[in-house]
Design a protein. Structure first.
Length: 252
């Protein structure tokens, strides 16, 4: 069984590790053995544990999961040259990673938190010779898409990487709407979750506009509610959210 070495032990690292733990040996490198042990307990399998200071990366397959602002700092603690670095750092270019981390190759990836349940939408770009390996590796946590440029990956970060937060806001707001009209909170949450589960299946094969048209009958309840969403500029706000998130990714 191949080993994946995680540098960083935050929420995204844990989500990815949960998807990989049945197919790969997991090694975690961090600042604190206590925090790494907590990571191990949450993961539910035995892992290799190492501290950052003087960690030797030689010939290792690295999953870089630190905060973008910490790349320069952690680079001073590492030694050796990694076989390949898979980076999940938003907005951090391949050029910058190679500037600080010694490695033969870099693949940028952008999973999302659905990795923990094997349903991540993960976009990838980088050294083409690792394309097949990258798709196999990250394919264990969901769907993958190899993109032709880092610009496209930064845009995808704003869509799929940040997207769970946008959808969570919409899910909460819709539930609040039902509660406002008199539905019990628990019933509203069950209804909302069923809605999202079914919609997730439908959207795989049907264009969003066709789904909308299929639900919206003339003068009906959906048309009344949909008109309010348009009046509230929900469509424009979603477009702007992706734009702003993309701009922020370029700034990191």
């Amino acid at each position: 069984m191949k080993t994946i070495t995680f540098i960083g032990n935050g929420n995204m690292a844990l989500s990815i590790a949960k998807g990989l733990k049945n197919s790969y040996k997991i090694e975690v490198v961090g600042r604190s053995i206590e925090n790494i042990t907590k990571f191990e307990n949450e993961l539910g399998v035995k892992i290799g544990k190492s501290l950052l200071d003087n960690f030797n990366m030689d010939d290792k397959t690295i999953m870089l999961c630190v905060k973008p602002a910490n790349v320069e700092e952690i680079s001073t603690l590492l030694k050796g040259s990694a076989r390949v670095v898979y980076s999940v750092l938003a907005g951090t270019s391949i050029k910058k990673i190679k500037e600080y981390i010694s490695t033969n190759a870099v693949v940028r990836s952008m999973p999302n938190l659905a990795a923990s349940v094997g349903r991540s939408m993960t976009t990838l770009t980088g050294n083409e010779e690792f394309k097949a390996e990258a798709r196999e590796l990250l394919g264990t946590i969901g769907t993958t898409l190899w993109l032709g440029s880092e610009k496209e990956l930064d845009i995808a970060t704003a869509l799929a990487g940040s997207g769970p937060a946008y959808l969570a806001l919409i899910a909460e707001a819709l539930s609040d709407g039902a509660v406002k009209q008199g539905m019990k909170r628990s019933d509203a949450m069950i209804t909302m979750r069923g809605l999202f589960a079914g919609f997730g299946e439908l959207i795989q094969d049907i264009h969003p506009a066709l789904l909308k048209d299929g639900v919206m009958s003339p003068g009906g309840t959906t048309a009344a509610g949909y008109a309010v969403l348009e009046d509230g500029n929900v469509r424009a706000a979603c477009i702007k959210a992706v734009e702003k998130a993309y701009e922020r990714a370029k700034e990191l």
